[in-house]
Ligand binder design. Structure first.
Ligand SMILES: [Zn+2]
Length: 278
């Protein structure tokens, strides 16, 4: 599931391809991904509009239009493809491989396709950023300069949530998912089960440092090699190499040699070393 670093890498790589281009035609092939918005509304709000900027907030990708905003969320398997022409896209999607293209934005040059084999990803178009409900519900972006150690402490010290669940709550801090929350807590040597308000300044400072360092390191990996939008077989490889605890259940901790355990919190797997994470 793409988290902040993956979506940021997608935004940076797409920017030169999309900025300044006009959306000639928007086609929704699987209306479930735009619900409750209808294909007609998606067309009405996006067709003929120029893409002025491409940016990310939390795990969302936004295409800023001259008037309005395209919002995309990849959920588990959503991906973007870039084709030179609509003809190429149709040739690829009609192949036996079946690419499950959900939404197509045909630009004055090039075609952007949103694909998701399970159709769980989401694409919406809003008349203005103010209308975009997901955007207004997001907390401070995890890589934004406004997320200082002080700001994190203020947020975390007023939360009774276990640290792991606090980090996954997009309304508090936006952009961190299951993988990088495990990694940040391991790096900060904090027990994921502790409640937010049990952290002193020193500990929340350590967590802040760990969040920023884990996300920045992952982003570097996601940009080298940069996303390749030519087919669904492509996916980020680099970030796996920097993981220290995620999905290492039963293996020994790279810091203390203790046993990495998998515990379940809020229905999600947490990987941690309870020997050195206190
Ligand atoms: Zn350990």
């Amino acid at each position: 599931m793409p988290e902040l670093p993956e979506v940021e890498a997608v935004a940076r790589t797409l920017r030169p391809l999309l900025c300044g281009r006009r959306i000639r035609c928007a086609e929704v092939l699987h209306p479930i991904v735009t619900r409750p918005q209808t294909p007609a509304l998606i067309r009405e709000l996006s067709q003929g509009q120029c893409i002025e900027a491409v940016w990310r907030r939390g795990k969302y990708l936004f295409l800023e239009l001259k008037r309005g905003l395209v919002e995309m969320h990849f959920r588990f398997d959503g991906q973007l493809l870039w084709f030179a022409s609509a003809r190429e896209l149709r040739a690829r999607t009609s192949s036996a491989a079946g690419l499950h293209v959900d939404v197509i934005f045909e630009l004055d040059s090039g075609v952007l396709g949103f694909i998701d084999p399970r159709h769980l990803g989401r694409v919406h178009v809003w008349e203005s950023a103010g209308d975009c409900a997901p955007l207004s519900s997001l907390g401070i972006d995890a890589l934004s300069r406004t997320l200082t150690a002080e700001a994190l402490h203020a947020q975390i010290s007023s939360s009774k949530l276990p640290l792991k669940e606090f980090l996954l709550n997009q309304k508090k801090i936006a952009g961190i998912g299951n993988i990088y929350s495990c990694e940040a807590l391991w790096q900060a040597r904090l027990d994921p089960r502790r409640s937010g308000n049990s952290l002193d300044h020193k500990e929340s400072g350590r967590l802040h440092k760990a969040i920023v360092s884990v996300l920045k390191r992952a982003l570097e990996c996601c940009l080298d090699p940069a996303p390749d939008f030519s087919g669904p077989q492509w996916w980020f490889q680099g970030p796996e190499e920097i993981l220290r605890v995620y999905q290492r259940e039963g293996l020994s901790c790279r810091r203390c040699g203790g046993n990495i355990r998998r515990i379940v919190q809020g229905g999600r797997s947490t990987y941690c070393c309870l020997n050195c994470q206190k």
